[in-house]
Design a binder for this molecule. Structure first.
Ligand code: PLP
Length: 231
């Protein structure tokens, strides 16, 4: 048992990194080619600071208000890359773009246009989120609409399509869900050949995601500990 919560955080981080490395080696992949994003949602900005002190560079948030508030609290931080992983309301596109360097959750043409319209002089990395469930209320473009979204986003010069993102559905083995995602990634590469990123894998299923080719892992509670309750 660790008496010091900072030691416990460091221990969980290194334990997860070791499990990532093991899963990569088991899949014949180079662990250094994987980006481990620590999802800090519902935790205070001070946790982001503690993670940064442990060498974490990539952090993920799923709500725009929380992203904006944490960036305001921490101030300009060249050492941090903010990944936005939640559903984006079109009217919040400007605020998301102002804070995040990567948006993993581009799932419709209207949102692509809104992110493009909110451009400053930078190019925003985007991933096309694919809905792997049969429930249209879930985030993500349907596989049937993915190619059209890829073509549209690829035509917007302020966005750079880097690949795909998905969450494994409940009630399906993650390996089969992530195998389908690999096929969707190939669909996007047919339009954007260098869109090689696959954002997949959370606390419960990152080993399966690595085995299926994930390049960007979004890991929360295994590193941060349980999320505080939120209202
Ligand atoms: C919260 C969240 C994660 C991390 O979930 P954990 O199970 O805590 O690792 C990953 N991706 C998305 C989209 C999330 O909202």
């Amino acid at each position: 048992m660790d008496a010091d919560p900072a030691d416990a955080l460091a221990d969980r981080l290194s334990e997860v990194d070791e499990r990532i490395a093991q899963a990569a080696r088991a899949a014949g992949r180079d662990p250094a080619a994987l980006t481990r994003i620590v999802v800090t949602k519902f935790h205070p900005a001070s946790l982001v600071d503690e993670l940064a002190a442990l060498g974490v560079r990539d952090v993920g948030e799923n709500r725009q208000q929380e992203l904006t508030a944490k960036i305001a609290e921490l101030g300009p931080r060249a050492d941090l890359t903010w990944h936005f992983i939640g559903q984006v309301q079109t009217k919040k596109a400007r605020a998301v773009r102002a804070g995040a360097s990567v948006v993993h959750s581009l799932d419709r043409i209207r949102l692509a246009d809104a992110l493009d319209a909110a451009a400053d002089d930078t190019v925003l990395d985007v991933l096309l989120q694919v809905n792997l469930t049969d429930d249209p209320a879930r985030g993500g473009v349907t596989p049937a609409d993915l190619a059209a979204l890829a073509e549209h986003a690829a035509g917007l010069t302020t966005l750079r399509v880097r690949g795909v993102m998905a969450v494994a559905p409940l009630g399906e083995h993650p390996a089969s869900a992530f195998a389908r995602l690999a096929g969707h990634a190939a669909t996007v590469r047919a339009t954007v050949p260098d869109a090689t990123w696959i954002s997949a894998g959370m606390t419960a299923d990152f080993a399966e995601a690595i085995a299926a080719g994930a390049t960007h892992l979004r890991i929360g509670s295994a590193i941060t500990g349980p999320r505080p309750l939120h209202g």
